[in-house]
Write a protein of this length. Structure first.
Ligand SMILES: NC(=O)c1ccc[n+]([C@@H]2O[C@H](COP(=O)([O-])OP(=O)(O)OC[C@H]3O[C@@H](n4cnc5c(N)ncnc54)[C@H](OP(=O)(O)O)[C@@H]3O)[C@@H](O)[C@H]2O)c1
Length: 292
């Protein structure tokens, strides 16, 4: 008989945590999930992290906990580093001591966006924002403190849950006749629902090729393309205007190009990754169902 795998989820009330929660019923009894939020388990408190992991004997920890306010991170840099570096270090050290495999989510924002071909896992990280810097510091803590980890970098995460670009566009589309969106930042939108399924697949397959991985949906888009597809798929009529980033200045700089190469994860998991446009149709359907 197959042994039951026990999985701890931190930051379980956020966007990705909720997406994982929404599909656990599709997983057979061979995996047991324990969802925690920041009230149950604050990753910045080492004693709590240690007690939790030491007492409950988990096989895996999926870390969905993070400081994710890209534009506030400049003013909040201490907090961003406390959660994204110290918190992750706490998890890495406690996972190492308890022989728990850590699946940690990182970001395309670790890159500076100067390339014009998809980023490989081995390409040099050079974050251009405080948020990206704090996430990269978290990655380094994992590499330094343990061996059995998966760092999964993803990009432009959206879903039917939490705060994200998809939901903001639906809201603005309902309120406004005209909207301007930047076309000079290029990346790949990623369905959190698809990422959730990939994380579970890594656990159920018992992958042992530890290390850094890139995962996004297939394809390339600008934020303008993404917004345009959101409106088209959801039958929203808005006069959408493409603008340059300098016409819409934000506190944090973003990489101009952050498409990631996904060959490694495709090979290890035997994955056929959906194109971002087909996942957008799926997410739009989930969103509509959730509102019924
Ligand atoms: N969103 C994106 O576009 C994107 C893109 C690339 C990568 N990522 C990465 O993907 C991961 C998941 O992102 P997401 O969109 O699901 O983020 P999210 O919705 O902001 O969720 C983050 C969760 O972390 C929790 N958290 C914050 N501080 C904590 C602490 N000290 N201890 C425990 N939990 C804490 C938050 O709980 P409270 O609300 O209670 O504080 C929240 O539930 C993150 O690592 C993020 O960096 C996101």
């Amino acid at each position: 008989m197959q042994a039951i795998k026990k999985v701890l989820i931190t930051g379980g009330s956020g966007q990705l945590g909720t997406a994982i929660k929404s599909i656990v019923h599709t997983v057979n009894d061979s995996i047991q999930f324990k969802f925690t939020d920041s009230d149950d388990l604050d990753i910045t408190n080492y004693e709590s992290v240690w007690d939790f992991l030491n007492q409950k004997n988990f096989d895996y920890c999926i870390n969905c906990a993070a400081y994710t306010h890209v534009d506030k991170a400049g003013d909040d840099s201490d907090l961003a580093l406390l959660i994204n570096e110290e918190g992750v270090k706490n998890l890495a050290q406690a996972c190492h001591k308890t022989e728990t495999v850590l699946l940690h989510i990182s970001t395309d924002f670790v890159f500076d966006g100067q390339q014009n071909v998809p980023y490989l896992e081995t390409d040099r990280a050079n974050p251009v924002s405080i948020y990206g810097h704090s996430k990269f510091k978290g990655e380094q803590q994992i590499v330094r403190n343990m061996e059995r980890y998966f760092i999964i970098r993803t990009s432009w995460l959206y879903s039917a849950y939490g705060h994200n670009f998809f939901k903001s566009m639906l809201k603005y589309g309902a309120e406004r006749n005209q909207l301007s969106v930047v076309f000079d930042q290029v990346g790949t939108p990623t369905s959190a629902h698809d990422l959730a399924a990939v994380l579970i697949k890594m656990i159920s397959k018992g992958v042992k090729d530890y290390g850094i991985y890139h995962y996004s949906n297939e394809g390339v888009a600008s934020w303008y393309d993404f917004a345009s597809a959101i409106f088209e798929i959801n039958d929203i009529s808005v006069n959408l205007r493409p603008i340059r980033s300098k016409e819409y200045p934000l506190p944090a700089e973003r990489p101009a190009y952050s498409v990631m190469d996904k060959s490694k994860i495709k090979k290890v998991l035997g994955l056929d990754i959906p194109h971002w446009t087909s996942s957008l149709v799926e997410v739009s359907n989930v969103f509509k169902k959730e509102r019924e």
